[in-house]
Ligand binder design. Structure first.
Ligand code: SAH
Ligand code: SF4
Ligand code: F3S
Length: 455
């Protein structure tokens, strides 16, 4: 056949999509297509899509739209829309992308191999947005990944039952389902034996892990993962404030591999808006949770997600969010302008905020946060931190002392999830090194290996 045996996978969206793309790569590998970074040589092009905001969705259509022409000259090219937009659009995807071969919904990944075979034998325009009971278990155990990667994502639960009124996830990822702990532990052991040092456990609300299935709870799962030999660090995302338990806080305090960082998306500081978002907690709940967290885990860094311009958000509501950010001083935030999703109830809410006002609020908020982020980073100057080395640093900083410019500049992450650049000829990717922080910048730190340059 004319196939060269290569597949290109373009991933848009969250960490879960990064994980899913590796699974899709594993399936394609079984079907004789190796993952490549060179688009031109690919016989299969997959876009793993995200529909969380309008912009992400548009990115998917525009990426896949590029192949309409190529499909005419290379008819055997297999084009695939996978993931959240595929689940949302189903066969409607062909209206804008008539050249697509496969529309693969989020629950259909385990059937991807069959669909590839069908297209190879001449079928076109396949749509699979059906459910399945074994989303992950039916996929290849060892996904394809780059050997130099020392940090990996592992999805521990699918879907979401929370129905925040702005959010598309429950509609495109289905009901919340937790994987069994044995399969999670087995997968992490496999990753560790291939050289992985750090895992990030993923779920839309990891705090409710196992509850529906009457499995062990999330802090117990952390205890199990903490026992895996050779694994150095454990991270997780996302924790929903409505379900953050003291048991989890104690687990973060006591389990040595669990990193001292919590991503706790609060979305807004206005009780009125939180209620309309259906988040299930108040501003006071957030404050007391973060106090408890900081009391138990002294070194903890906390990050969050914020939405500005949710329908009916007034300047006063927005100022409540600004005040809460000032009170808490998060280490970092992700902030978004509210984006209407037609399947989510908030799209029909009255008093939509106009785009210009949303952008103004977003910029005000981000500027203010830069100040807190830098302040948090500056507080680390002079401190010693342990860093997991991720690779060579592309940054050059004034922090380099004379005579050190022949050194390799490396980069890594602290437990608190801050990026540190440092000189290090001796270190390898995957090493844990102790660094003394010399300089702090708005989005990174600069450190020296302990003892090396004190003289
Ligand atoms: N399950 C996670 C969030 C996953 S989505 C949680 O509940 O925290 C990631 C982030 O995207 C959300 O935290 C929210 O801040 C943002 N987001 C979700 N829907 C959005 C929308 N319609 N418009 C703008 N931002 C949105
Ligand atoms: Fe969306 Fe809310 Fe579920 Fe997070 S918890 S994925 S914001 S519905
Ligand atoms: Fe996007 Fe789907 Fe993740 S909508 S944020 S890729 S779960």
């Amino acid at each position: 056949m004319k196939y060269k045996g290569f597949a290109y996978i373009h991933t848009i969206g969250c960490q879960m999509n990064v994980y899913d793309s590796e699974k899709l790569a594993g399936i394609l590998n079984e079907k004789g297509f190796k993952r490549t970074d060179t688009l031109e040589k690919a016989d299969v092009v997959v876009c793993n899509t995200c529909s969380i905001r309008h912009k992400a969705e548009e990115k998917a259509f525009s990426f896949l739209g590029r192949f309409a022409k190529k499909k005419k000259t290379t008819p055997h090219l297999i084009t695939v829309m996978a993931g959240c937009v595929a689940q949302q659009e189903g066969k409607k995807a062909f209206e804008r992308l008539p050249h697509l071969d496969i529309v693969l919904g989020t629950q259909a990944f385990s059937r991807f191999g069959q669909h590839i075979e069908s297209v190879k034998s001449g079928q076109r325009k396949l749509v699979d947005i059906e459910d399945s009971s074994d989303i992950y278990e039916a996929m290849p155990d060892t996904a394809c990944f780059n050997e130099n990667q020392i940090s990996k994502f592992v999805t521990i639960m699918q879907g979401c039952d929370n129905y925040c009124t702005y959010c598309v996830v429950p509609y495109v990822r289905g009901r919340e389902r937790s994987r069994n702990p044995e399969s999670i532990v087995k997968e992490i052991e496999t990753l560790v034996s291939a050289g992985v040092k750090e895992v990030t456990l993923l779920g839309q609300n990891v705090n409710s892990y196992g509850i529906k299935e009457e499995e062990i709870s999330f802090h117990k799962l952390l205890e199990k993962v903490n026992q895996i030999k050779g694994l150095e660090r454990i991270r997780f995302a996302t924790s929903h404030p409505k379900d953050l338990s003291m048991e989890l806080i104690y687990a973060m305090r006591d389990l040595e591999k669990v990193c001292s960082h919590l991503h706790l998306p609060i979305q807004s500081g206005s009780d009125k808006i939180l209620k309309k978002m259906n988040r299930g907690y108040t501003r006071e709940n957030i404050i007391s949770q973060i106090m408890a967290l900081r009391n138990e885990c002294r070194q903890i860094s906390v990050s969050t997600d914020i939405i500005v311009g949710f329908p009916s958000e007034t300047t006063r509501d927005f100022n409540d969010t600004m005040d809460l950010l000032a009170q808490i001083e998060f280490d970092s935030i992700f902030a978004f302008a509210y984006s209407d999703r037609s399947s989510a109830p908030a799209a029909k809410f009255p008093d939509q905020v106009d785009e210009e006002e949303k952008m103004k609020r977003l910029n005000t908020l981000l500027q203010q946060q830069d100040h807190y982020t830098e302040k948090k980073n500056k507080a680390l100057v002079g401190e010693t931190v342990s860093v997991l080395v991720e690779g060579k640093s592309l940054k050059t900083r004034d922090g380099f002392q004379k005579g050190l410019n022949k050194m390799n500049q490396m980069t890594g992450r602290t437990e608190s999830n801050k990026i540190v650049h440092f000189p290090g000829n001796e270190v390898q990717i995957g090493d844990l090194v102790d660094l003394k922080i010399r300089n702090a910048y708005p989005h990174s730190l600069w450190g020296d290996p302990l003892g090396a340059y004190d003289k």
